[in-house]
Ligand binder design. Structure first.
Ligand code: ZN
Length: 305
């Protein structure tokens, strides 16, 4: 075991269900496992713990309840920014004026930390059921393998908010170029069967068998040599990166920021709210008000999803 201790966890669970396997569970089923600042840094601590634990070879990422993840938590009931102590990057100034704070926040919370998990050296397996929406896809995509239940469905509805896709823009790599375009243009659901056909998921299994199937797969992989597994992962990731993945993602992240600024200019809000449910519009305006109250005095910007 590693000597690193895992502090008390509020929004995730950390389990070791089989030899050499850690299972991290998003544990906010009442909010469809929406990912806020608390969950983000608990996840990071859990990944760090599993990676530094000599006895862990494979990490499963699952979600409690009926749905894997509803995306980013925009309720505003949690802290909006990481503290310098928990932050994994060096950008800082998350409450900076103009777009400085929003840019730094999106880099830290959505792009850089997701990339960090994608590059965790040990193999990771996502276990996905029910709805997986917008930022929720980023969590699944950061894993090396995806097993999903036959009731799993995937959506990135950012175009309905006048936004060009979630921040970690793996869409073309996950779906292929044409399907990625159609999926983003339409905001339609992608079924588990269609996701498997596109190569986005490794297996589709009956809902009742999801956890056992995923654990069995993880356990079989975990019997292999730990270092060889790390090197296999690094080699395949390097091949994908040699195809330009990281550079393309840098461009799409910059375009994502252009869209936020366009929405600020047109609507005074980082996204276009007009097509969203009235309840969500109200919640998001309250979220922005909270962000404004907590900003630095000279700040005229808003926080963004
Ligand atoms: Zn954004």
């Amino acid at each position: 075991m590693s000597s690193m201790s895992l502090p008390q966890l509020r929004e995730i669970r950390y389990e070791t269900p089989a030899r050499h396997v850690a299972r991290i569970v998003l544990n906010r089923p009442e909010r469809r496992n929406a990912q806020g600042v608390v969950m983000t840094y608990e996840l990071d601590r859990a990944f760090r713990h599993a990676c530094h634990d000599n006895d862990i070879h494979v990490i499963v990422l699952a979600g409690a309840g009926d749905h894997f993840c509803a995306g980013h938590d925009l309720s505003g009931i949690e802290p909006l920014w990481p503290t310098p102590e928990e932050s994994i990057g060096l950008w800082g100034q998350y409450q900076g004026p103009g777009w400085e704070g929003s840019y730094a926040r999106e880099r830290e919370l959505y792009l850089d930390i997701t990339e960090r998990w994608r590059n965790a050296p040990k193999p990771t397996v996502a276990e996905v059921q029910g709805a997986c929406v917008a930022g929720g896809n980023m969590l699944a995509w950061a894993c090396d393998l995806i097993v999903c239940a036959d009731d799993a469905r995937f959506k990135d509805n950012t175009a309905d908010m006048a936004m060009p896709g979630a921040e970690y823009f793996a869409h073309p790599w996950e779906l292929g170029v044409r399907k990625a375009k159609e999926w983003l243009f339409t905001c339609d659901w992608l079924s588990a069967a269609e996701a498997e056909k596109r190569g986005m998921v490794n297996h589709v299994v009956p809902r009742a068998e999801l956890t056992n199937f995923t654990l069995e797969l993880a356990t079989r992989i975990a019997q292999k040599d730990r270092f060889a597994l790390k090197l296999i992962k690094e080699a395949v990731n390097a091949a994908q990166d040699a195809m330009g993945r990281r550079q393309a993602m840098s461009v799409s992240f910059a375009l994502h920021q252009v869209a936020h600024l366009q929405n600020m200019l047109l609507h005074g809000f980082p996204i276009d709210l007009s097509k969203l449910h009235p309840h969500l519009q109200t919640a998001l305006r309250e979220y922005q008000d909270k962000a404004r109250r907590e900003e630095q005095p000279s700040n005229a910007s808003a926080q963004s999803p």
